[in-house]
Design a protein around this ligand. Structure first.
Ligand code: NAP
Length: 255
């Protein structure tokens, strides 16, 4: 991130690209980063929901623009990166790799198309976005990436093998990228949510109740819980934090 102008808006002068910002965790992160002063580039496929997020941010006095993108393959990700640099006036300072899909299913029945889709959105697109956007950060000697992982990357869940594998891989990329880019002034970290109440998990009410019961906090997260951690990792308070995967899970992984 670049230097800030005030303690209430520590991300002023920063351009932040948030993928999957049309819903759930990504939308909350986009709104929070805008509150912290960043110019937020809201991305997703759904134009109507994307424009609604932009309108909410602008109505609150923040700065935001919508960039439609399909991150199913690396071409969409590369194209988004170029448009983000243009919309950001030549740079992106903060990249939040949040877009993700979680089609669960047994290993025996899991389709090849679903396998490719999960790997494409959850793993290849973050990789392509880092490839395209981090060189500019390195050149400026500043910037930060926050990956949105999952507790499923560290704890086995039945019928979530491929999803979990993409998140475990994202955790390792987080550490590898921290080692690769940290010496150039670019910080890379991840948040690792446990269950979060979002549009994407409306069908998981029973599962949420089970998770809440075994988590020390006795509740599942709200999107704002994850957004707060993303804002922290992107901000000056985390200036010497590199390569961490921060659980935001009510203690689920610890218990
Ligand atoms: P969500 O409500 O389903 O939202 C998913 C977002 O990803 C949407 O904005 C969607 O945008 C975008 N997206 C999906 N496919 C896309 C594609 N092909 N191209 C571009 N964007 C795409 O999900 P969520 O629950 O907020 O989850 C967000 C992230 O948190 C994911 O990475 C997920 O794995 C992780 N996570 C969630 C939980 C949880 O319990 N909710 C727990 C752990 C980790 P469009 O529909 O506009 O394309």
């Amino acid at each position: 991130m670049t230097s800030s102008s005030s303690t209430s808006t520590p991300l002023a002068d920063n351009v932040a690209l948030v993928t999957g910002a049309t819903s759930g965790i990504g939308r909350a992160a986009a709104e929070h980063l805008a509150e912290l002063g960043a110019h937020v580039l809201v991305s997703g496929r759904d134009v109507e929901r994307g424009e609604a997020v932009v309108a909410t941010i602008r109505a609150a006095g923040g700065k935001a623009d919508f960039l439609a993108a399909d991150l199913a393959d690396v071409y969409g990700a590369r194209d988004l990166a170029q448009r983000a640099i243009e919309a950001g006036g030549g740079r992106v300072d903060i990249l939040v790799n949040n877009a993700g899909i979680f089609p669960f299913g047994s290993t025996v029945e899991f389709s090849n198309d679903d396998f490719d889709a999960v790997v494409g959105v959850n793993l290849k697109s973050p990789f392509a976005l880092v490839q395209a956007l981090v060189p500019g950060m390195v050149e400026r000697g500043a910037g930060t990436v926050v990956n949105v992982s999952s507790a499923a990357g560290q704890r086995a869940l039945p019928a979530a093998g491929v999803y979990s594998a993409t998140k475990a891989a994202l955790d390792q990329l987080t550490r590898s990228w921290a080692a690769e880019f940290g010496p150039s002034g670019v910080r890379v970290n991840a948040v690792s949510p446990g269950p979060v109440r979002t549009e994407g998990t409306v069908d998981f009410t029973d599962l949420h109740a089970e998770f809440a019961e075994i988590s020390p906090s006795r509740r599942v997260s709200e999107p704002a819980d994850i957004a707060a951690a993303i804002g922290f990792l992107a901000g000056p308070g985390a200036s010497n934090i590199h390569g961490t995967v921060l659980p935001v899970d009510g203690g689920y992984l610890a218990a």
